[in-house]
Design a protein around this ligand. Sequence first.
Ligand code: SF4
Length: 407
Amino acid sequence: MVNSFESALRGPGERASLQEWDLASLFGYRGRLPGHFLLQGAEANPLARGVAARQSRHRRGGGRLDGWSGRVPQGAAPVPGPERAISPTALETFAKCPFKYFLGHILRVGEVERPEEVVTIEPAAIGNIMHATLERFFNHTKDRPEPEADWSPAERAALRDFAFAEFADAERRGVTGKALTWQAEQARLLRDLDLLLAEELKERRQGHLRFREAEAAFGMGSGHPPAELQLANGGTLLFRGKADRIDAGVDGRLVITDYKTGRSSTYKDLKPENPLAGGQFLQLPVYALAFREDSAPPVTASYWFISESAAFERKPVVLDDRTYANLSGVVTTLVETMSNGYFPAVPGSETRPYGVPWENCRYCPYDAVCPSANRTEIWAEVKGDPGLAAFAGLADGESAAVEETDA
Ligand code: SF4
């Protein structure tokens, strides 16, 4: 048997360095940790600050947020508005878990990428490959003389060539995982692309649609202007983003599409009667808003799950007056919560007996920052803060584990 590093430090043996001596001293300390001599000088002492952060985030009883657990002074955090556009996916992140938004979008805590540990290509990398392939292909075939004609062998070959170019690029970046699984994945993607051509043509013919634009950017400096939403409190919010694809119908209607390469089940909470799910699905209505002026009403935006396993399902949202009012109300609550300085950790519902049990935490890069247990109980205490009443009403209404890959 070989003792672990920790058990050796907890024992009485010799210390090999000053660091080991310090660690052994901390392990052996019997008082309250903040009283240890290594944690003195709180503000300037990184160890003391780390311990304070951990204790704050794990604290139960009292239910108060502080600077370590998601509360900043009113107006201290940058807030989107008429001068500062926000992407709908960033606001969706806030709606699901404001603390995750705080770490990623305000503190800009990055994720460490370890390509050497990738066994199977990540969903986000698959999404990038498919998006880039389709962008190149549909731009390449944009001016075909008969848009509803069968895809020719040359066009089919071009699609595969674009896909192979993207595969090679992904390999160069080292994100494709082990060779055997990557080979199987490539075969699956090629089959999905082939099937997509048939599905796409079927939709073209049904709606007499013409491909108009890929990666249509709005509010990003060039391209289309930002989407402007009137808030329920009288303010204005600007959105920026990029719609994967826009088609135009002969009746002047636009159809906006966001490709999804992940499972459609992660969008199970997106229902026609509740298309925003408390702010967790904002992408589609915002895309529709961005191109509303260019289209005969009402504008439709939809997720298109472009894989055989997802049966090429579409999930549409129609931006009618009711959805606009709903969007305005939900976004107002989110922005006011943010500007009041509330960024609590919201884990979502606890549905799994194994792995990460909380829905919102499953694909979160900050899992190690949050307590390993009691996340539900801590949120239940924190949401009693009157400043969180409106947000808690939204957050508790629905929960969804949407992978933040835009895949
Ligand atoms: S791990 Fe969960 S609770 Fe913590 S920031 Fe991520 S989503 Fe929020």
